[in-house]
Design a protein around this ligand. Sequence first.
Ligand SMILES: Cc1cc2nc3c(=O)[nH]c(=O)nc-3n(C[C@H](O)[C@H](O)[C@H](O)COP(=O)(O)OP(=O)(O)OC[C@H]3O[C@@H](n4cnc5c(N)ncnc54)[C@H](O)[C@@H]3O)c2cc1C
Length: 330
Amino acid sequence: MTEVVDVTIIGGGPTGLFATFYAGMREMSVTLIDSLPQLGGQLNELYPDKYIYDVGGFPKVLAKDLVDSLVEQAEFAKPSIHLEETVLSYEKKDDHFVLKTNKGEHLTKTILITAGIGAFQPRKLGVENEETFEGTSLHYSVPDLQKFKGERVLVCGGGDSAVDWALMLEEVAEEVTLVHRRDKFRAHETSVNQLMESSVQVKTSRQVKEIHGKDGRVEAVTVAQRGGEDERFDLDHVIVNYGNVSSLGPLKEWGFEMDRQSIIVDRHMETSIPGIFAAGDVASYDGKVKLIAVGLGEAPVAISHIKSAIDPKARVQPKHSTSVFKQEEA
Ligand SMILES: Cc1cc2nc3c(=O)[nH]c(=O)nc-3n(C[C@H](O)[C@H](O)[C@H](O)COP(=O)(O)OP(=O)(O)OC[C@H]3O[C@@H](n4cnc5c(N)ncnc54)[C@H](O)[C@@H]3O)c2cc1C
């Protein structure tokens, strides 16, 4: 039978990661779920190489380095981590919740939502029947380059990832074409210069209009050209890199008291549904400020109240960390 954990945290951004650590500090068992393939929330997904200057104790820190430290700290709690898994709904049983995801179920005494601005989904091409090719020959990321060995690949997009992928694929694929909607690239100048000197066929001011294929496999695409004739390319794979869209999606249907895209919480960080708490960007109350530093502060508040909710004898006020770590080291 699946174990009922003390708390399940939905969202592995900075708030969820620090809450995971804190659950360990308060001797709770913890599950952490995120819909992305990696931890770090907005920091790793939207701006890994940007500096952050307003987190206490770090005069200047790269977003991805802050995430690495938070992940290292969170490991103390020995969490059960589930990536590429999106939480959809919940059911309340007598003394626990059953959380339903796109991959299965998790049993938990309490829930902490640290879902930020919501689950990220890749922005689609927007052509007819695209979903029939998804997972086989229409992709939104490149987890394994070798899959494209000797294949003809079309990359769509003009940002850093699209250009980097085209250059990486050039090494293994038989043929790489890059189609970009605009005539200028958003990617770094050095990468664009490298692209222009590479064997990648670069087609700007163009957009995929139609995908042709059968049995779920792409065979060709028709590309519309601004002010020109449509072109058709025979190929094996299309990789789309148009960025992400985020949405609270199914969580909005849970029946919380909401303030637009945020979930209203009380001073314990508890939502209007007993046993379900929220913290970080997703949580709202009078005077709320959305910042990493604020989420890092709300995480221990939420976890400490969760602790006393599941164990009424436990004090809300945590012990100092030194006493916990001294016990660990003894
Ligand atoms: C370009 C940019 C620059 C920024 N710079 C700064 C800065 O300098 N300083 C600062 O303080 N703040 C900055 N911010 C804001 C900061 O990134 C956010 O305040 C912070 O990420 C909030 O953290 P969080 O953990 O609450 O949520 P998020 O980082 O949004 O993480 C939420 C996680 O929840 C996951 N999730 C959502 N729904 C589900 C679901 N149903 N199932 C499973 N997983 C789900 C998402 O995949 C995501 O990983 C910046 C934001 C942007 C976009």
